[in-house]
Design a protein around this ligand. Structure first.
Ligand code: NDP
Length: 484
């Protein structure tokens, strides 16, 4: 596959290049080879992206929701037809195995476009009857120009999770992918044009944090949706707040996964694997603090290690591979550093713990047990294949410990006692909870975090509130009474 894009940016319906920008090499995580080069957006590129988006949004917002939705549905259908090609590109961009990307990336983007394409025609205001025959009505109006800034773990999915609701609600979007994974969003931009989206409504600009910051600080931008880390979220939220802009913040987590001794062990082990090793552990909602009830610790660890032995680590383009490399050398080093901290602070390494020699950024799936709440690996987001196993005795204790975090993105509980399961999720402070499951993210359900894990929600009907503003219109049917 030729992974070099025609040009770095996609603005006003066409590729555009400006080699005055800082070059960014795109590296294939499985080999370390440079597979493409893009250039960071210059002020001129940013200006063009903003101007064309503002211009295009005027006509777009006056179309009916059904007309807008039809275009999104067409884009979804093209994405489904090209799933193979888009999945291979996602694998080059991120290193995630094709056995995942074929099912979890372009398909998730298409789901989201179908959902919001269908919803677009239903976005309405309400009629509010008042005294004396007067009445008011509300209009749900678009915000205008939205900026989407993505993380590197799900570049195709993130671009559509932001674009689909934004466009359905009548906005334009400028999307800045992570510099680590700049390729996939450009393909989405091409597909939108092919589907009939008017030029300028979905522009992609490349760049580092400074390009994101320039977009966030531009007074013509009305809303910012960021998927990224908490430190970046703090900066972006503060910049947006200074101009009173709307935000959606999808940030990091350190989510608890709680396994009771009455749980189906095999399912609990599967849940723990999904919660820690899918996408080589690079998922924001991962349940990386695995609390196991004391009595089943031995059996749980034994089965977990057995199952991990079955992971097929290797070439992500090989369909048999189930565990790929980390996204970058930088991320590999971050995780290796956490592994060293885990050892130094007294956690017991059960398996893994080492980088795999050879080309690419491979790391063994790693499990620590005897982890305590104070250890760094139990407190900080690692964003890699490192599972921390902690033990607990009872429900009250584990709820307190599960909630003792600044984050609040997700949580999971495995138990056969359904009353207990609901008691637990009621008490847990997290935006997304799983009962006898982990990491499902259907577009129909809201996704987002409590506390430091975020602001606002993506997906579902809830996202409409974050991409529209309400206008109230008062209508008087009789004469106007004034004091003089
Ligand atoms: P970063 O926070 O480093 O970057 C996120 C994006 O923000 C990148 O595109 C980055 O650009 C950009 N950026 C950086 N600084 C600024 C700034 N000052 N103003 C505007 N934009 C800026 O996150 P990562 O890419 O490393 O992704 C990993 C993080 O994302 C993890 O913490 C993870 O938990 C979180 N995440 C959250 C998800 C959720 O839905 N809650 C889902 C997936 C990931 P550049 O990369 O070019 O520096």
């Amino acid at each position: 596959m030729n992974t070099q894009p025609i040009a770095s940016h996609f603005i006003n319906g066409a590729y555009i290049e400006d080699i005055q920008g800082q070059p960014i090499d795109v590296i294939y995580p499985a080999t370390g080879d440079v597979i493409a080069r893009v250039y960071s957006a210059t002020p001129d590129i940013i200006q063009r992206a903003i101007e064309s988006a503002i211009q295009a949004q005027i006509a777009w917002s006056s179309m009916s929701g059904t007309e807008r939705g039809r275009i999104l549905l067409r884009a979804a259908s093209i994405i489904r037809q090209r799933n193979d090609e888009l999945s291979v590109l996602e694998t080059y961009d991120t290193g995630k195995p094709l056995s995942e990307t074929l099912y979890a990336d372009a398909t998730s983007a298409a789901d989201c476009l179908e959902y919001f394409g269908g919803l677009a025609g239903t976005i309405t205001g309400e009629h509010i009857p008042l005294a004396d025959g007067n009445w008011a009505y509300t209009r749900r109006e678009p915000l205008g120009l939205c900026v989407g800034i993505g993380a590197w773990n799900y570049p195709t999915q993130i671009s559509c999770w932001k674009a689909a609701p934004a466009l359905a609600c009548g906005n334009a979007m400028i999307f800045k992918p992570s510099e680590t994974t700049p390729l996939c969003a450009l393909k989405i931009a091409e597909i939108f044009i092919e589907a009939g989206l008017p030029a300028g409504l979905y522009n992609v600009v490349q760049g580092l944090g400074d390009v994101g910051a320039a977009l966030v600080n531009d007074p013509r931008v009305n809303k910012v949706s960021l998927t990224g880390s908490v430190p970046t979220g703090r900066k972006v939220y503060a910049a947006a707040a200074s101009q009173m802009k709307q935000v959606t913040m999808e940030l990091g987590g350190k989510s608890p996964l709680i396994i009771f001794d009455d749980a189906n062990l095999e399912n609990a082990v599967s849940g723990a694997i999904l919660a820690n090793f899918y996408s080589t552990g690079q998922i924001c909602s991962n349940g990386t603090r695995v609390f196991v009830q004391q009595g089943i610790l031995k059996a749980f660890l034994a089965r977990l290690v057995d199952r991990l032995d079955q992971a097929i680590v290797g070439d992500p383009q090989n369909l048999k591979t189930t565990f790929g490399p980390m996204v970058s050398k930088r991320q590999l080093d971050i995780v290796l550093n956490y592994i060293e901290k885990g050892k130094a602070e007294g956690a017991r390494l059960v398996t893994g713990g080492k980088a795999i020699s050879g080309p690419g950024y491979y790391l063994q799936p790693t499990i620590f047990c005897d982890v305590t709440d104070e250890m760094t690996i139990a407190k900080e987001e690692v964003f890699g294949p490192l599972m921390s196993v902690l033990t607990f005795d009872n429900e009250t204790e584990v709820i307190t410990r599960a909630n003792a975090t600044e984050f609040g993105l997700a949580a999971g509980v495995f138990t056969a006692d359904i009353s207990r399961a609901h008691r637990m999720v009621n008490a847990i402070k997290a935006g997304t909870c799983f009962i006898n499951s982990y990491n499902d993210a259907p577009v129909e359900a809201p996704f987002g975090g409590f506390n430091m894990s975020g602001v606002g929600r993506e997906n579902s009907k809830a996202a409409v509130a974050h991409y529209t503003q309400i206008k109230s219109v008062f209508v008087r049917m009789g004469d106007v009474d004034a004091p003089f």
